[in-house]
Each structure stands twice: as C-alpha cells, then as structure tokens.
Design a binder for this molecule. Structure first.
Ligand SMILES: C[S@@+](CC[C@H](N)C(=O)[O-])C[C@H]1O[C@@H](n2cnc3c(N)ncnc32)[C@H](O)[C@@H]1O
Length: 248
C-alpha cells in the first residue's frame, strides 16, 4: 500500500506520503484525483496512488521503466487506473491536454532533465487552475555532508563549490539544488510554493544494522523524520527537499 514505514525504504518515503495524502484530500476531499507522474519510472508512487483509487498517468522516457510499471500495475490489479506514456517532461504539452490534472508529481526528475525550467513550465501547463505539484529534488548540502562522511573529500568540495551541485562528469545527476535555487524556479514557472520540508533528514545516516529486524527502531526513526521535516534548521541535512506548490 502507500506506506511501509517499518522498512528503511518505507521510512524514506513516509514523510512524502504524509504530505501527498494531505494534498489529495485538499484536491478531491476523498474522491478520485487525476494524477500525472512526470518521470514516474516503474511506478513507486503511481501504483500506490492507483491502489488508493486515483487515476494516474505516468510519462517517462524509459521503455524499461514503463514495462516494469505495466507489470506492477497488472500484479496489483491497478492497470485500469494507470496509463503509461513514453516521453519526457518538457514534451508534456504534446502528450497530455493542458489543464487536465489535479496533481502532478515531479519526484527525483529535475536532477536529470536537460532544462528544469522548461520541465516545470510544461508541468504547470498540464495542471488545472489551483492544481498542485509535488516536487522532490536532491539537496546539494546533504550530498556534500554525505561525501565528507564517506571520506570522499574531493567530491565533497566539487559538490560544494561547483556551479551545478554535482561531483563532476561521472555523477549520474546533472545537478542538485539548494532551496534558494528551487523556489525561484517554481515561481518562474507560475507555481506558488505552499509547503517546504526535508525528506530523509536522518534515514540515510542511521547505521543500517539498527533497522534490521527491529520494527521499533524504524518507528522511532520515522517519528524523528516527521518531527524534523518542517524545521528550517534541519533542511540543510535532508537528502531531499519536498515542495508542494499550487498553479496560480
Ligand atoms: C530517479 S528516477 C525517479 C522515478 C520516480 N519519479 C520515483 O520517484 O520513484 C528518475 C526518472 O526520471 C526519468 N527521466 C529521465 N529523464 C527524463 C526527462 N527528460 N523527463 C521525464 N523523466 C525523465 C527516468 O527515466 C527515471 O524513471
């Protein structure tokens, strides 16, 4: 289902789901929401959303991911509520009707697209008036800290001082963000930021063995994540920044 907080993966996404559930209630008051998952991959969010009764369109350039999505949809009995389309975020206007979605997810995608501003403008266009977008993006400062903790100091310095928030040519991401970069990007695309919080503030730091076979530790970690999520002083160490923004 939507959350499995007793695993490390479950803890990593549980806070995102907390905010998504609130957005879904706000948008439909319990009814079905029309969701577009831009760069939705193999359906990590799309399938649980469909299981909750929402109608989800996934647009992703990767045929392999879309095939995996279709398999997961079949296995979970959600094929009727999931539509898979091949394409990229910037190409949304040619793929889906303008203003046709209540909620658009853009999770871990702005880091890999050619032009984040263009992708966000396309997302805005696909949203109905007052629709909501959920943007999850890699946080540059947490990546610096992670490299330092791993003893990879050259990479840490490149991440800290470079213009793009990457470790250099071998980095799988094209960029990471600070909150000061993300907020104006959303504003320029016509999206009014409503909530900002940190995701995985502690979940990537806790010793892996702590969670093995100890559901109470996972519960305690999730409680910590929830308590820290909206504290501005912990945003800098959150692996991801999660913003909910409304179309003007
Ligand atoms: C890290 S995965 C995230 C998948 C999913 N959003 C999630 O959070 O589980 C990044 C996804 O972005 C997709 N992607 C890469 N370039 C893209 C583009 N230009 N437009 C849209 N999606 C893209 C990839 O195929 C991949 O599925």
């Amino acid at each position: 289902m939507a959350t499995a907080p007793r695993t490390r993966t479950g803890v990593r996404t549980a806070v995102v789901w907390d905010y998504l559930r609130r957005a879904l209630d706000d948008l439909a008051g319990g009814g079905a929401v029309r969701v577009l998952d831009a760069g939705g991959g193999s359906g990590g969010f799309a399938v649980p959303l469909a299981q909750l009764g929402h109608d989800v369109t996934v647009v992703d350039p990767s045929p392999d991911s879309l095939a995996a999505l279709e398999r997961r949809a079949a296995e979970t009995g959600t094929s009727e509520r999931i539509r898979a389309m091949q394409g990229d975020a910037a190409g949304l206007p040619a793929l889906v009707p303008a203003g046709s979605f209540d909620l658009v997810l853009c999770h871990s995608v702005l880091e890999v697209v050619d032009d984040p501003g263009e992708a966000l403008a396309a997302i805005t266009q696909s949203l109905r008036s007052s629709g909501i977008t959920s943007v999850l993006a890699a946080n540059r400062s947490a990546a610096v800290l992670g490299r330092v903790a791993a003893g990879r100091l050259t990479e840490a310095r490149r991440l800290l001082t470079g213009t793009d928030g990457t470790t250099g040519p071998g980095d799988p991401l094209q960029r990471r963000f600070t909150l000061d970069e993300l907020q104006p990007l959303l504003a320029a695309a016509g999206l009014r930021v409503q909530t900002v919080h940190g995701v995985r503030v502690f979940a990537d730091t806790v010793p892996p063995a702590l969670l093995d076979g100890d559901p109470q530790a996972a519960d305690d970690l999730l409680a910590l994540e929830r308590d820290a999520a909206e504290r501005a002083d912990y945003l800098a160490i959150a692996t991801q920044l999660h913003l909910l923004a409304r179309r003007d």
